[in-house]
Write a protein that binds this ligand. Structure first.
Ligand SMILES: NC(=O)c1ccc[n+]([C@@H]2O[C@H](COP(=O)([O-])OP(=O)(O)OC[C@H]3O[C@@H](n4cnc5c(N)ncnc54)[C@H](OP(=O)(O)O)[C@@H]3O)[C@@H](O)[C@H]2O)c1
Length: 315
C-alpha cells in the first residue's frame, strides 16, 4: 500500500475495524473510506456492486460481520450463518465483476476451528473435525468466507487473503455481559463490582488457560500482511502466550485496584482446559510481531473506554 492508495475498511466502527483505521492513520495512510452499514449495507448485493463499480478500492479490509459471544450465537444461529456468508460472497463477487485488481483481507476466527484440537492450534486444523455446537452458524459462515477467498483466488486470480485472529479485546469493544466475549465481559464485571463494592463470582477453578490479543496488535499484523503476504493459506494471529483464568483475574484485580471478595464456584464446570493459537506461520512472515502483555493491553483499554488513569483508577 502507498500512503495515497485507495483503502476501504468494512466494519470500521467495530472493535477490529476501528483499530485498523487508527493504525492506518498512525502509519500515514491518507485515503481511507470506511462506510457504515447504513451507508453501505453489505447484505445488499446491489449496493455492494455499486460501491465497487464506482470506487474501485485498491485494498479492502473486510472486518464487518455479525459477531457475538456464546449467548448471541446460540440465540440467533441462522442470522449468524446467513449474514456472515452473504456479506463476504457479495464482496468477492463484486470484486470479480467490477474491481478485479482489489486486494481483500478477510478475517475468519480461531473460534471456528473444531471443538477438539491438539494444542497449540495450527492452521491445518481448519475444517479438520466436528464444530462447536454453540457457534455452528457463525463457524460455517466464516469457514465459507475463508474457502471463498481461496476459490476466488484460484479461479479468478483475486488477491484475497484470509486470517484467523484469536479472541481480542481493546478500545471500542462491546461490553455486553450477556452477548460479549470473555475479556470484555471480565473487564466490565470488575469495573462494575469496584463501583458497587460488590463481590465477584467466577465459575470453576480458574485453572483453564486462555489467550487474549490486544486489538491494536491484530491491526498491526493485518496491515503488515496486507503489505507483505499474498498466498491462499490462512494465517493465525494470536499471542503465542496464554494465562490461566486465575492469572487474568489477578491482573484485573491489581490494575483496577479491586479490593472486594472473589468467589470461585467450583461446583460449576471449568470448560476446555487449554486454548492457544500456534503463530509459527505468522512469525515466519512477520518476525517482529510481538504482541503486548495483558497488563499493558488492559491499561490501554481502561484508559480509552473507562476513563481510567494511572493515579486515580477507574472514574
Ligand atoms: N472480537 C473478537 O474477539 C474477534 C475474534 C476473532 C475474529 N473476529 C472477527 O473480526 C471481525 C470484526 O469483529 P469485531 O469484534 O470488530 O466486530 P464488531 O465490533 O461487532 O463490529 C462489527 C462491524 O460490522 C459492521 N457490520 C455489521 N453488519 C453489517 C452490514 N450488514 N453491512 C456493513 N457493515 C456491517 C458494523 O458496522 P455498523 O456499526 O456501521 O453497523 C461494525 O462496524 C469479524 O469478522 C469477526 O468475526 C473478531
Amino acid at each position: 500500500m502507498q500512503t495515497d492508495s485507495k483503502i476501504s475498511v468494512f466494519g470500521g466502527t467495530g472493535l477490529v475495524g476501528s483499530s485498523i483505521i487508527r493504525e492506518l492513520k498512525k502509519q500515514g495512510y491518507l485515503n481511507i473510506d470506511a462506510p457504515r452499514s447504513n451507508e453501505l449495507n453489505l447484505l445488499d448485493k446491489l449496493q455492494v456492486d455499486e460501491y465497487f463499480k464506482t470506487k474501485e478500492p485498491e485494498f479492502v479490509f473486510m472486518v464487518a460481520g455479525l459477531v457475538g459471544g456464546i449467548y448471541g450465537n446460540s440465540k440467533r444461529p441462522a442470522d449468524f450463518l446467513y449474514q456472515n456468508s452473504i456479506m463476504i460472497l457479495n464482496i468477492l463477487e463484486a470484486i470479480k465483476n467490477f474491481s478485479p485488481k482489489t486486494k481483500i483481507l478477510f478475517t475468519g476466527s480461531t473460534c471456528i476451528y473444531p471443538k477438539e484440537n491438539p494444542q497449540p492450534i495450527n492452521e491445518d486444523r481448519f475444517m479438520a473435525g466436528r464444530l462447536e455446537e454453540t457457534n455452528k452458524g457463525y463457524a460455517v459462515a466464516k469457514g465459507l468466507g475463508v474457502v471463498a477467498c481461496q476459490l476466488y483466488r484460484q479461479q479468478y486470480n483475486i488477491n484475497a487473503i484470509a486470517l484467523m485472529p484469536t479472541n481480542m479485546y481493546g478500545p471500542n469493544d462491546t461490553y455486553d455481559l450477556e452477548n460479549g466475549h470473555m475479556i470484555p465481559s471480565l473487564i466490565k464485571k470488575f469495573v462494575e463490582a469496584k463501583k458497587n463494592k460488590s463481590p465477584l463470582t467466577f465459575w470453576g477453578t480458574g485453572t483453564p488457560r486462555r489467550e487474549a490479543l490486544y486489538v491494536d496488535d491484530t491491526a498491526d499484523a493485518c496491515i503488515y500482511l496486507m503489505n507483505n503476504y499474498n498466498e491462499a493459506e490462512i494465517v493465525n494471529i494470536g499471542t503465542g502466550f496464554d494465562y490461566s483464568i486465575k492469572e487474568f483475574i489477578t491482573i484485573l484485580e491489581e490494575v483496577i485496584d479491586y479490593k472486594g471478595e472473589i468467589i470461585w464456584d467450583t461446583t460449576k464446570p471449568d470448560g476446555t482446559l487449554e486454548k492457544r493459537t500456534d503463530i509459527t506461520r505468522l512469525k515466519s512472515i512477520m518476525p517482529d510481531f510481538s504482541p503486548r502483555s495483558f497488563k499493558d493491553g488492559l491499561r490501554e483499554t481502561l484508559k480509552a473506554d473507562f476513563g481510567w488513569e494511572e493515579e486515580n483508577g477507574v472514574k
